[in-house]
Design a binder for this molecule. Structure first.
Ligand code: UDP
Length: 356
């Protein structure tokens, strides 16, 4: 079997790493990796390939930084040429980025079967670019690997054949489990934070709805300023967020300590050492849970509803934040039971067995 995998963004490198590793162990499966270049900085891309031991991509497309349409269209043209040359049996896609969408559209037009990992997630907010990417990718995929029963139900409601929906749990749980056991040398700034005795909250922020509106971003910074009077906040900053803060002329509060975007192993170390996580990231919401940390999600809705239902994740409307300190205090003092809501961390194996 010859598989063509399309990745392009940070969370996809994490997801692909676990499955690609076990694919590489087999002689009867060849995987051709396309990296679209959507994320390209050393600390948003290269470090993931190095640290997670992902094979160098067979094709690097170098497409980033333009509008959604331009980026997706350029990816489509190049991915089509590669498929016609490589003649794979299957396209493997992860998540909900423009790279996912581009791969899905090209493969479906060429009548190539698609396997979608992290299928069935819905925020029910169509203003979110990722939501459109998810819906379209699921509709044209043949094999839908969902992380939960709720994701499966979402697909069934959209008339997708249940025979091709497989609840395999969340592949990011595989990644958290596997890489938590890998020893690594932390970057000096992360090592300092982790070894320091001062308790800290970990913050990530990059969703377009939070970064691209000056009022919303300014409201978030004000709420963080209040919160940071009581808690040190560590903020590995996403390049998009840094660029919007600069162009809006907004400052990050003093006790919110900015660090560069970090590698995945450093990120796991920060999640483990933090008291609580504040984020708008899909992946970080779950990693907080996998690392036994309560999470505040700065969004009106989430596609990871199980974590809200079991009260390990609290949604806070970023346009009307209110008293963040009170929410932190409540979460830190509450004792919620903890069960594995996204499988047992053997998702990659189940996916591969199903495909074989
Ligand atoms: N991540 C990382 N370094 C950082 C911030 C995030 O390695 O500085 C990892 C994080 O641990 C998770 C993934 O990136 O595995 C989440 O990606 P991101 O938040 O960019 O995207 P989303 O999950 O929201 O699509």
């Amino acid at each position: 079997m010859k598989i063509i995998t399309v990745v392009g963004a940070r969370p996809q490198f994490v997801k692909a790493s676990v499955l690609s590793r076990i694919i590489d162990l087999r002689d009867d499966i060849e995987e051709v990796i396309i990296h679209t270049g959507q994320h390209y900085d050393a600390n948003m891309s290269d470090i993931f390939f190095e640290e997670l031991g992902i094979r160098r991509p067979n094709y690097y497309l170098g497409i980033s930084g333009s509008s959604h349409a331009e980026m997706t269209a350029q990816m489509m043209i190049k991915i089509e040429r590669i498929i016609l040359k490589e003649l794979p049996d299957l396209m493997l896609l992860y998540g909900d980025t423009n790279s996912t969408l581009a791969g899905a559209l090209v493969a479906s037009k060429l009548d190539l079967d698609i396997a979608h990992v992290e299928a069935g997630l819905r925020s029910r907010n169509k203003a979110m670019p990722e939501e459109i990417n998810r819906i379209i990718t699921d509709q044209v995929s043949k094999y839908l690997f969902v992380p939960s029963e709720s994701a499966k139900m979402n697909l069934i409601r959209e008339n997708i054949n249940p025979d091709f929906i497989f609840n395999v749990g969340d592949i990011m749980f595989d990644a958290t489990k596997y890489y938590s056991n890998i020893k690594h040398k932390m970057s000096p700034e992360v090592a300092k934070v982790v070894s320091n005795n001062e308790a800290f909250l970990l913050l990530t922020l990059h969703r377009q709805s939070n970064t691209d509106c000056k009022e919303t971003l300014s409201g978030i910074m004000s709420a963080l300023e209040e919160l940071s009077k009581d808690y040190l906040i560590i903020f590995p900053i996403h390049p998009r967020t840094q660029s919007r803060l600069n162009s809006f002329g907004l400052a990050v509060p003093d006790r919110v300590q900015i660090i560069d975007p970090c590698g995945y192993l450093d990120m796991l170390a920060l999640e483990k050492a933090s008291k609580l996580v504040i984020t708008d990231s899909g992946g970080v919401q779950k990693e907080a849970y996998f690392n036994y940390k309560k999470c505040i999600t700065l969004r009106k809705e989430t596609e990871w509803i199980e974590l809200v239902e079991c009260r390990w994740n609290t949604l806070v409307d970023p346009t009307n934040i209110g008293d963040l300190k009170q929410i932190v205090l409540t979460l830190l003092s509450s004792k919620e039971p903890r069960i594995n809501v996204y499988g047992d961390g053997n998702s990659a194996k189940s996916i591969l067995n199903t495909l074989i």
